[in-house]
Design a protein around this ligand. Sequence first.
Ligand code: 5GP
Ligand code: MG
Length: 455
Amino acid sequence: MSGVFGVYSKDKSVNIAEKIYYGLYALQHRGQQSAGIAVRDKDLIEWHKDKGLVPEVFKSQDLDKLPGDAGIGHVRYSSSGDVSKGNIEPLVLKYISGYMAIAKNGNIINANHLRGKLEADGCMFHTANDTEVLAALLTKFRISSEHIEDSVEQMVKYIQGSYSIVMITPRFLIGLRDPLGIMPLCIGKINGATYVISSESAAIDAVDGEFIRDVEPGELVLIDSDGIQSRRLFDCKKSSLCIFEHVYFARPDSIVDGVSTHDARVNAGRILAKEHPVQADVVIGIPDGGTDMAYGFAQESNIVAPAGLLRNKYVGRAFIAPNQNAREIAVKIKFNPVKTEVKDKRVVLIDDSIVRGTTTKTLVRMLREAGAKEVHLRIGSPPYKYPCYFGVDTSSRGQLLASKNDKEAICEWIGADSLEYISYEGIIKAPVNSKVDFCTSCFTGVYPVDIPKEF
Ligand code: 5GP
Ligand code: MG
């Protein structure tokens, strides 16, 4: 999981690096490990990147050093694999036509295979990042193709997996989305002269832009002074947007492939309430993922939903804490029940998902300590049973609670009075009027592309 953001402007007065900075700030939830910006100024591309959060990585003097007319940025998640500085995106490299910068959200599942072949061909790599494999392929194909779009078209024939990419070449700002559309990507415009490509529409809002449309699965978008050109690189029959964008990843104020994430979560809450009603006094959502779902659950079941759980704004994602003890402490620092809202009450506790179960187990205990009479757990996605190979951190999925335990065992371990999940049919219909279908392999174990044996 990552966030990407690109800007091109014909208007010389637009500060490209600053726009990207604010765009990345709005995409911070998609990755907290590192951040980077690369900006093209005539024939050169300058960049600044480091480990850390967006405001930690960039000081205003860093942005001042990045003038230009087009640029891209990246925030990186992924706690698996190598977090060394060399892997931080955007990657900037020299190729036959000049300089190129590239940043990706997603995971190329056959990257190791391709890397091996390229290495055998004499290709040299500087990073362990699969994005560099894409850059190497592009560089190679660019030598024998007339235009950059032709080399992109060649490259995509070789790569498999999920990818939403932004790129800068001497001529274009480029956006590219994989044929299944697993990760989101959309286009916006600021005033008349500035174009934006972003992982999420909320980041277009953040730079005062206007959302134009989603990049379609399998679409290549090229932006320069002539405006937007588009090429369909695949005949896409069935798309596979990661359902977790609606469940958890995307901001609730984003519209992903035609659907408001907030609406999808509220609907999931409503469906959950219909499928698994509870006699209770209050509905409490676990922020941020469970908040919108709790709102829908409360509406449907006519139970009040007070702000019964405080979420400390200054704590990041507890999920990435390195060990179980640290994770439990992180949950305690992150959340605290508002005692007057839960004391002597029957509580429905809503979360978007259970992964290891740390969040829910810790919170059920905290609610009981705060005097809750009963705690009924309702989850807005089906049991998370199978690893993801498309960008969600697989190593942290290693201890998937639902892969080895049934509902009753999980409920007992968590210590709730009851536990129910939304059905598979329920979560699929929660994003009403979606333009795309969904990847649900984490629930079903059925993957939209063949997974290499090495996994
Ligand atoms: P658990 O505590 O059960 O291990 O994890 C579930 C919690 O983590 C939920 O509150 C959910 O919002 C959040 N979550 C679910 N999937 C992910 C993910 O891929 N990354 C991060 N950082 N959090 C996640
Ligand atoms: Mg959560």
